[in-house]
Every structure is written in structure tokens, then in C-alpha cells.
Design a protein around this ligand. Structure first.
Ligand SMILES: *Cc1c(COP(=O)(O)O)cnc(C)c1O
Length: 364
């Protein structure tokens, strides 16, 4: 091993063997998954309900002998089923290993143009990370004072636009007619990240028939209770999908394993289970909102499986720490504009009852 100069040794967490790119990276930090005790986990927006029984059956009945073979690199059958469900063609769908992977490919395929990529100042924190990874310049556009997106702020020269809808972590929904105007007026690719769309929004997928610059991403991780399976997809014009395929086939031709393809197919075929699950979560979200309003919280209108709240008398950080002490995990972001907010995932009714009781004790 080479002897390092003192300055590099004390930097810690650094290696002389890293490339310049790795040195400069500022990786995404996922919500904590502590192992020290059993927490009520309301911090990573997972679904509290199990996947559809049809999904479990598909995995149980999977012919394990098939694991000796590579999976279908194009996820053909699964894409056909999704295409039928969304009323688009199979060539309008791209499958990936979680929508994070799909998004990463999108950044590389569509956003590196010299002009800055635009996204909200308060948004999914993976976006700036991908910009770092692929060396894409970006400009954040401040949300309005009530944390909504004003599309007029995006009518500037740009190399692309991306935002989650509903937005994360604010939970607010942008109306479809606004997305329509945005796609119409914008010359570059617009990506709508619909990770939470099934919890109360209307998908922009229907608009992809009209706008060849619109790409919509969705995931099996939230509404379909399959975060552990790692599946996501993009829907858009066949030329955009072909761009993504070129990246995929230059990186990993087999991103979706055979068991995941079978399980996901069963999930798409069992639409009723998914929508029943979402209905339960929406009902719990409404109950949770009412209970928190009674405790004096301010709650942003949510179209997601989480809510974004603050209390005028208590700091979000202290509430987060007190809740953690008592075994309830929520998400606190130590970031400008939102450092007095908590993001709370909608759990089961009983988890939410515990949260409310615990909060009432803390506020007492
Ligand atoms: C959870 C989430 C994703 C990623 O989902 P995966 O499919 O699990 O990778 C993407 N975008 C947003 C805004 C999310 O919250």
C-alpha cells in the first residue's frame, strides 16, 4: 500500500484508489432502518399491508428450475399486461429494477444537454444525486409559499424537467391540466415521477399519447406493497423508451429477475387488491389528518400514502426524537424550508392509533 500524504489520511472515508467521479459523489441517504429495537416504522413510505395473495401464489408456484436460465431481458409478458392496463403499446413501456434505476437511466438518456435540468427545491432527494453521478447541471425552482408547484416558474430555457406527482415529501398534487400545459410549452423532456399516484391522483399516462416529450414513471414499491421485489417502469413515446433500452442494454440487459417478472404480472392482474389497499390507506390518512389537526398540527393536503405536518408550538426535530425514544419512527429532514416539518407514512389503523396516543403524551 502506498504511503498517503497526511492531508489525505485525515480526510477519512477517502481512498487514493477512487476515481475523481467517486470522490465528488454525494450519495443518497435512505430513511433509517434501525435494528436495535422493534419500531413502528412510519418513515420510508412503505405499504403497511402485504402484497396481493395472487403475488404470493405466483412466487410459491414459480418453477425453480427456470432459475438456471437468464430471465426474459425485455419482461415481454409483464410489459404486455401493463400495456393492456394503461391502454398503451408494449413499446411504450420500459421495465427496470425499481423506479430508482429507471430514473437513473432517464437522467443519462435525456437530461445531459448543457442546459440545466429543472426540479423543485423541495423534492425527491435522489434527483441531485443522479445529477452528480452523471455530471448533469441543474437548477432548483422554489415551490410557492404553500409548497405547491407553479408551472409558470418552469417556462425558462432548460435541459429537462422532473418532479414527483404527488410531490415528495410535501404530498401535494399538481393537477393534470397543469401538466398538460407544461408539456405543451416545454421543448425538452418532462418526467413525472408517479411513485404515489395511486393514493389519490390521476395519472398523466393518458397524456403520453399526445406529448412525445412526456415520460411517466411508476413503481411497484408503494401502492403494490412490493418494495422488496424492486420493480419500476416508465411509460412514454416509443422513441423515449428506445432511448432507455439503449442505456439498459449498455449497462445490464437483465435488470428484472424471473421471479420478480412472475410476481409483478400477478400483481397487475389483481387490480382490485391494489385499489382496495389504497382505499384503506386513504381512509386511514383522512382519520390521521383529523386526529393531528385536533392536536394542533398543520397538515398539508395529501394525495400520497404519507402526510407532511408541522406544529406551531413544537420543533419538528424534538418531536421526531421524542417519538423515536418511544418506538415510533417518522422522517425528519434537516433542510432549509422544511426543517420544522415531519413526514409521516400512513400505516395501519393500529399503528396510527399508537402514533396519536404517543404524540398526545409528548404534547401534554
Ligand atoms: C419511493 C420513490 C421512488 C423509488 O421507488 P423504487 O421503485 O422503490 O426505486 C421514486 N420516486 C419517489 C418520489 C419515491 O418516493
Amino acid at each position: 500500500m502506498a504511503i498517503l500524504p497526511f492531508a489525505i489520511q485525515i480526510a477519512g472515508n477517502m481512498s487514493q484508489y477512487w476515481t475523481e467521479t467517486v470522490h465528488k459523489l454525494d450519495p443518497y441517504i435512505p430513511g433509517e432502518q434501525p435494528q436495535d429495537q422493534q419500531y413502528i416504522k412510519l418513515n420510508t413510505n412503505e405499504n403497511p399491508y402485504p402484497p396481493s395473495p395472487q403475488v404470493i401464489a405466483a412466487i410459491d408456484q414459480f418453477d425453480m428450475d427456470r432459475l438456471k436460465l437468464y430471465p426474459d431481458p425485455e419482461s415481454t409478458v409483464l410489459r404486455q399486461e401493463l400495456a393492456r392496463h394503461f391502454d398503451v403499446g408494449s413499446d411504450n413501456i420500459f421495465m427496470g429494477n425499481g423506479s430508482d434505476e429507471v430514473l437513473a437511466h432517464c437522467f443519462q438518456a435525456f437530461f445531459k444537454h448543457g442546459k440545466p435540468l429543472l426540479f423543485p427545491d423541495i423534492s425527491y432527494s435522489f434527483y441531485p444525486v443522479y445529477c452528480g453521478l452523471y455530471d448533469i447541471s441543474y437548477q432548483t425552482i422554489p415551490l410557492t409559499s404553500d409548497f405547491s408547484i407553479n408551472i409558470n416558474d418552469y417556462f425558462i430555457d432548460n435541459g429537462g424537467i422532473i418532479f414527483p406527482n404527488p410531490n415528495a415529501p410535501t404530498s401535494r398534487l399538481l393537477a393534470l391540466d397543469q401538466i398538460e400545459v407544461l408539456c405543451e410549452k416545454n421543448a425538452s423532456v418532462v418526467i413525472v415521477d408517479e411513485a404515489y399516484i395511486d393514493f389519490g391522483g390521476e395519472s398523466a399516462i393518458a397524456l403520453t399519447h399526445r406529448f412525445d416529450n412526456l415520460l411517466v414513471t411508476q413503481t411497484f414499491s408503494k401502492s403494490r406493497s412490493l418494495a422488496g421485489l424492486r420493480l419500476g417502469y416508465a411509460v412514454g413515446h416509443a422513441d423515449l423508451i428506445e432511448g432507455l433500452n439503449r442505456i439498459k442494454n449498455s449497462f445490464n440487459s437483465y435488470p428484472v429477475d424471473a421471479i420478480a417478472q412472475a410476481a409483478a404480472l400477478a400483481s397487475v392482474k389483481d387490480q382490485t387488491y391494489m385499489s382496495d389497499c389504497c382505499d384503506r390507506i386513504i381512509k386511514t390518512r383522512n382519520d390521521l389528518t383529523k386526529a393531528l389537526l385536533k392536536l394542533g398540527f398543520e397538515v398539508l393536503p395529501s394525495a400520497a400514502n404519507f402526510i407532511f405536518v408541522q406544529h406551531p408550538q413544537y420543533s419538528a426535530e424534538s418531536l421526531y426524537l421524542s417519538l423515536k425514544d418511544r418506538g415510533v419512527l417518522v422522517r425528519y429532514f434537516n433542510k432549509p424550508r422544511i426543517d420544522n416539518y415531519l413526514r409521516i407514512t400512513v400505516g395501519t389503523d393500529s399503528e396510527i392509533a399508537t402514533l396519536i396516543t404517543t404524540l398526545s403524551h409528548i404534547l401534554d
